[in-house]
Design a protein around this ligand. Structure first.
Ligand code: HEM
Length: 233
């Protein structure tokens, strides 16, 4: 292995390297969440708009596009979770050695909230994939509609059916509240890790984190709420 490659891999294995990877994979996931929300909001434009968008995602680059995105997202999500767990363990070990206290007492409140909200988001993603992608326990995969003379998946009808069941909508809204808490803290600490936050700019990045999280919360929750209120039907 060349010296450059060796020092690069030892950098990625270091605490700073891991933190940087958590921030970079977090940035990809943050952008995905925004893009996904904007796409979902097409439901307010009408059935054709969201069905056309769904059809585009499924067929781009002859169907390979969606798989490239899936693999990329999966790699980012796994790295983000595994490295966060490693960093938390390393921090706890270092702290309990230094102070002789139990790890739980030493774990900061915000890092515990981040782990809890992160694990809830993971549970939400598994439920969400079973609900709308794998169509486990439902027949949403059979919903079809004609669009510009072509038979396509009726994403509009699926989302309306999915959120018409109150417990599912409540679960989504609770998950979005936890996602909001995770994003609010995560986005501002991402700027910190990337070395962009100074004493003066830190409050600005904290505001950006809160504003971003609020936009995602309002945008995503508006969909189940609109379905429950029969505004979208
Ligand atoms: C109310 C909010 C949301 C709605 C209405 C929604 C809607 C959908 C729909 C309809 C699909 C299936 C697309 C298709 O089959 O064409 C989907 C897939 C997916 N969603 Fe969401 N989503 C929401 C929130 C989220 C959030 C917050 C995340 C991540 C944290 C997320 C992650 C995903 C992923 C990873 C997929 C799978 C994409 C694929 O592999 O096909 N979604 N979503």
């Amino acid at each position: 292995m060349s010296a450059l490659l060796k020092s690069f891999s030892s950098f990625l294995g270091s605490s700073i390297g891991k933190k940087l990877l958590v921030a970079l994979t977090g940035a990809v996931l943050v952008l995905f969440v925004l893009g996904h929300m904007i796409g979902n909001l097409l439901i307010f434009v009408g059935p054709d708009a969201i069905n056309e968008y769904g059809h585009f995602l499924q067929t781009m680059i002859h169907g390979a596009g969606v798989w490239i995105a899936r693999v990329g997202l999966l790699v980012c999500a796994v790295l983000h979770v595994v490295l966060t767990i490693q960093l938390t363990r390393e921090n706890r070990a270092a702290r309990s050695q230094r102070y002789g206290y139990t790890a739980t007492i030493q774990a900061s409140k915000s890092s515990r909230i981040m782990i809890l909200s992160g694990l809830t988001i993971l549970a939400f993603i598994i439920y969400h994939l079973l609900h709308f992608t794998v169509h486990a326990g439902n027949n949403y995969g059979t919903y079809q509609v004609m669009l510009h003379g072509e038979k396509v998946h009726d994403v509009y009808k699926m989302v309306v059916a999915g959120f018409s069941w109150l417990p599912a909508s409540i679960f989504y809204i609770i998950a979005m509240l936890l996602l909001c808490s995770h994003l609010s803290h995560g986005v501002s600490s991402m700027f910190q890790t990337l070395g962009l936050a100074t004493e003066r700019t830190r409050p600005i990045f904290e505001k950006i984190g809160s504003a971003y999280a609020a936009i995602i919360l309002i945008g995503n929750c508006s969909i189940p709420i609109a379905v429950l209120l029969h505004f979208v039907k």
